[in-house]
Design a protein around this ligand. Structure first.
Ligand code: HEM
Length: 525
């Protein structure tokens, strides 16, 4: 009897050890990837910053699809347009988000960007998609145009603060179209509150921002007194809710008093029953638009200024084209873009060269799915490495060069003979069913401001105060964050002539008429 017990005990130990030894080991059906270590897999090798660069190095070594084991979690990184097309087509099983415990605490399941694939996501996504169609966004072009006039005026009056002006601009546009609010300044405004909460949230989301609870779920159960990050999540949640619900209140008051501003949120409140939304969902719809639309658009503009500072000859060529079509007696209009092929190509090249989200937002599978020749089990996290796709030497000649001409020579900027399967113009906005619903609003913003800024200003490197020599900018510079934002840098922004400066001032004055219909705010609370 004793012998039987001993054999059983040994067998149990052997079984446990075998199971343990498999943890962290890559299964044969997964795509290849860097060598794993027992239990941890690739956890220690997972990049803690600028993931797109490390992912690109791995793609060069292991191919267009590779995998990482984070203990028992599977992560797959896709780095080719062809495979993105497969993801686009297999949206039914690849549209979830990975479970992120911090996001669960901060947002519950209400914030669209992080929401898991389920009833709430479907309901909210439908509404957001409906209010952000190209047609609905065109009804708000007046606000976007007026805000773009303010951006030009701010750059004229106070060019050294151009970085903050782009932030005010993008925040105030969303506040205008979503809530009917105009923020004339960055400081002490709703916009700076949005940036503060976004910053806190991104610090928390960074690898190492909190203990790895998503990989070691038992960490979730550590009592609050030993887990200060739980408090931090709660504080961010409280700050966000204060902001989201105070903005909702503004719109509810308008609806109830009839003092309307025709904003998205008023539209949603009117259809609350039809859409089956509760108050919580509506508040988070507004909050999501604000958080997802503000920094992304500003970063896009900041990258534009960076590229123009670094490449004056491209700037001149675009200005010459605009001058031929628009002239000097009026400011540009978005419709002018139809007659400006080089400027259109410049915008496409900007998205390729500096994608706002170089690894997009990770998706996750809701069922076992085949991508390429591999099996991705249910629950696999999928990153799309846009950075590598847009620098794929099989697709692009000299991919590290900022060169709008490539988009004049072919639809997707690709080199002659390249296989363009899966290439699409809006890939920078994401994949499949989760594609960015704000892409029409964002595209209007970039078009208007690129036209305005090139028409109005000459942008050049700042001069060293002692030597008078231009201070070169690093076109690859970026803040270490999920978005590829340039670090704030100095440049000279000068009106191209006095007549244009006067026109900027008069357009700014006319824009005040548009804002008169909106609620002004310097609100901080
Ligand atoms: C240049 C500007 C922008 C870029 C490059 C951008 C890019 C992206 C990307 C890559 C995603 C993830 C898509 C995916 O998971 O496959 C996304 C999601 C999202 N974006 Fe944008 N975005 C921009 C502006 C905006 C604006 C202006 C808004 C709204 C006003 C917005 C709202 C959203 C929302 C709500 C989601 C989450 C969609 C979901 O998960 O279902 N974005 N965006």
């Amino acid at each position: 009897m004793g012998l039987v017990v001993s054999i059983c005990a040994l067998a149990a130990v052997y079984w446990v050890l075998r199971r343990l030894s498999r943890i962290g080991t890559r299964e044969s059906y997964l795509p290849p990837g860097p060598t794993t270590t027992p239990i941890l897999g690739n956890l220690l090798a997972f990049p803690t910053s600028r993931a797109h660069i490390r992912f690109t190095e791995w793609a060069q070594e292991y191919g267009a699809i590779f995998s990482l084991k984070l203990v028992s979690n599977n992560v797959v990184v896709v780095s080719s347009a062809k495979l993105v097309r497969e993801l686009d087509m297999k949206g039914a099983t690849t549209s979830d988000r990975p479970a992120i415990h911090a996001a669960e605490i901060v947002y519950g399941d209400y914030e669209l960007v992080f929401a898991r694939h389920g009833t709430v996501w479907r309901k909210v996504r439908r509404v957001v998609q409906e209010i952000l169609t190209a047609e609905k966004c065109s009804q708000h072009l007046e606000i976007q145009k007026a805000e773009a006039s303010v951006l030009m005026y701010d750059m004229l009056q106070n060019p050294e603060n151009w970085y903050t002006h782009t932030r005010r601009y993008s925040g105030s546009v969303i506040l205008g179209v979503a809530f009917g609010i105009h923020c004339p300044t960055y400081e002490n405004s709703y916009v700076s509150r949005v940036y503060q909460t976004l910053w806190d949230w991104q610090q928390l989301l960074r690898p190492g921002g909190i203990p790895p609870v998503d990989i070691f779920p038992f960490l979730k159960h550590i009592p609050n007194r030993w887990a200060p990050w739980k408090d931090l999540c709660q504080q961010i949640r409280n700050k966000q809710r204060d902001l989201f619900f105070s903005l909702l209140q503004v719109c509810e008051d308008r609806v109830s008093t009839g003092n309307r501003r025709d904003s998205f949120l008023e539209y949603v409140l009117d259809r609350q029953q039809e859409y089956g939304l509760d108050k919580e969902m509506i508040a988070y719809i507004g909050g999501t638009l604000l958080e997802a639309g503000t920094e992304t658009t500003a970063v896009n503009l900041q990258s534009f200024i960076l590229c123009m500072t670094a490449r004056p000859e491209i700037q001149r060529r675009a200005q010459q084209e605009i001058d031929r079509v628009v002239g000097t007696t009026r400011t540009p209009d978005k419709k002018d873009l139809d007659d400006l092929p080089y400027v259109r190509a410049l915008i496409k090249e900007l998205h390729r060269y500096r994608p706002v989200g170089p690894t997009a937002v990770p998706h996750a599978t809701t069922a076992d799915e085949r991508i390429g020749e591999y099996l991705l089990p249910k629950g696999t996290t999928i990153f799309v490495n846009l950075w590598h796709i847009f620098r794929d030497p099989e697709l692009y000649d000299n991919p590290d060069e900022f060169n709008p001409d490539r988009f004049l020579n072919s639809e997707f900027g690709t080199k002659p003979g390249a296989d363009t399967t899966g290439c699409r113009e809006d890939m920078v906005f994401g994949i499949g069913r989760r594609i960015c619903p704000g892409r029409f609003l964002a595209s209007n913003a970039i078009a208007m401001n690129v036209l305005n800024i090139l028409w109005a200003f000459n942008i050049s490197p700042a001069k060293d105060s002692v030597t008078g020599q231009p201070i070169p900018v690093d076109i690859n510079d970026s803040i270490d964050s999920i978005l590829l934002a340039p670090l704030p840098f100095q440049c000279e922004i000068m009106p191209r002539d006095e007549a244009r400066a006067e026109m900027i001032k008069s357009q700014y004055a006319s824009a005040q008429g548009v804002f008169a219909g909106l609620q002004y705010t310097y609100e901080t609370s």
